[in-house]
Design a protein around this ligand. Structure first.
Ligand code: ZN
Length: 277
């Protein structure tokens, strides 16, 4: 889905970015307590920002390359052999997967995590994640997070509602990734936000019978206007990619992930996990 744009985003994944998204005051105009609320949130935010981050990995396709696959697409397509090597290397090194709820509890209450925590996430509802990704994860009893764009559910090459329910029943996490994968910063109306934030959450909760309270921004693009809306709609956390700084007031809505290029083996991936987090 919209691979070209995604590839552009990868180009900046490891770059430094000076953008700051700390000003939410426009949303709170007229509120007498705004300064106090923001001050308190910032203090809490800083406490969260001081904690060591957990490496969060982001995958799109578990799919072998064509004979002359474009170099750019190799970043988004993880050949089965490389994916298996990456996951095996995590298991061999003693990594244990955690869920967004566990990460949230650690960040907000100091709840303990395993000694070597990692989060494995998949985006965009692609069926190859179910066909090739899940069996490899299950081999090591790893749990993953599936950020689901809802519009392609049940379509060819995408996961079905039945498969999403099965994944959730196995203890993996179904999370939201909008209705049709827009650049969230371009949304304007209340209806846009309802369609892209609230309705996908409700649809996925109806499919899985479980709360859906975690969100990933399409293309990793964040927008400070959206953080309070996500909070209002019942999302506890949201994930960008690594290119933007975390927001000091809403750090839980700017958690960071790295895309794992299909070219990496397990050793290279672990090296980047240490650098990026
Ligand atoms: Zn996506």
């Amino acid at each position: 889905m919209k691979r070209v744009f995604a590839i552009c985003m990868i180009a900046v994944v490891f770059s430094q970015c000076t953008q700051s998204h700390q000003n939410v005051s426009n949303l709170n105009k007229g509120n007498k307590n705004t300064a106090a609320i923001i001050a308190k949130a910032t203090v809490n935010g800083l406490a969260i920002l001081q904690k060591k981050q957990v490496p969060v990995l982001c995958y799109h396709h578990i799919e072998n390359w064509k004979p002359k696959e474009k170099a750019s697409l190799k970043l988004l397509l993880s050949p089965i052999k490389n994916f298996d090597d990456q996951i095996k290397s995590l298991a061999d090194s003693g990594y244990q997967t955690i869920t967004p709820d566990e990460y949230y509890a650690y960040l907000t209450t100091g709840a303990p995590l395993p000694p070597k925590p990692v989060m494995i996430t998949f985006d965009d509802t692609n069926k190859d994640q179910y066909t090739y990704g899940l069996p490899e994860l299950n081999k090591y009893h790893f749990k993953a997070v599936f950020f689901i764009t809802t519009v392609p559910i049940d379509k060819r090459k995408y996961m079905s509602a039945e498969q999403l329910k099965e994944i959730a029943d196995e203890g993996h996490v179904i999370a939201a990734h909008t209705f049709d994968h827009p650049d969230i910063a371009r949304l304007k109306t209340a209806q846009d936000y309802e369609n892209e934030l609230l309705k996908p959450k409700q649809q996925l909760e109806a499919i899985t019978g479980k709360p859906v309270d975690c969100f990933a921004y399409p293309y990793g693009i964040i927008d400070p206007k959206v953080y309070p809306l996500l909070e209002r709609d019942g999302y506890k956390s949201a994930y960008q990619l690594v290119q933007f700084k975390r927001d000091t007031t809403y750090p839980l809505y700017t958690l960071r992930r790295i895309i794992v290029p299909g070219t990496w083996n397990g050793v290279t991936m672990q090296k980047w996990m240490k650098i990026a987090f």
